[in-house]
Design a binder for this molecule. Structure first.
Ligand SMILES: [Zn+2]
Length: 94
């Protein structure tokens, strides 16, 4: 087993034995492959961590929605122009 692609234990476990926000975020994002064995099992039986995971997943979901909405609204215009200096269609009809 190679652990190079896993988070180091001090990034995963808090001193009190629960998972860190980093580990919970990784779990919420479905990246449990980078977590050491036992992290997902701990969340499954720990009420503190599972409720924290629920909050983290919700935040992650909202952040994802915000980013998608932002990408959709900015992607509608030309990529080279962050904002249109003049309302060109309005001028064309005037
Ligand atoms: Zn816990």
């Amino acid at each position: 087993m190679q652990d190079d692609d896993k988070l180091s234990p001090d990034l995963v476990w808090q001193p009190d034995g629960h998972l860190t926000d980093i580990a919970l975020t990784a779990l919420g994002d479905g990246e449990e492959a980078i977590l050491p064995a036992g992290a997902a099992a701990h969340v499954a039986r720990c009420l503190t961590c599972s409720s924290a995971l629920g909050r983290t997943a919700l935040l992650s979901l909202r952040a994802g929605e915000m980013l998608r909405a932002r990408a959709a609204s900015s992607g509608a215009s030309e990529p080279a122009a962050p904002r249109a200096p003049l309302p060109v269609p309005a001028i064309a009809f005037a």
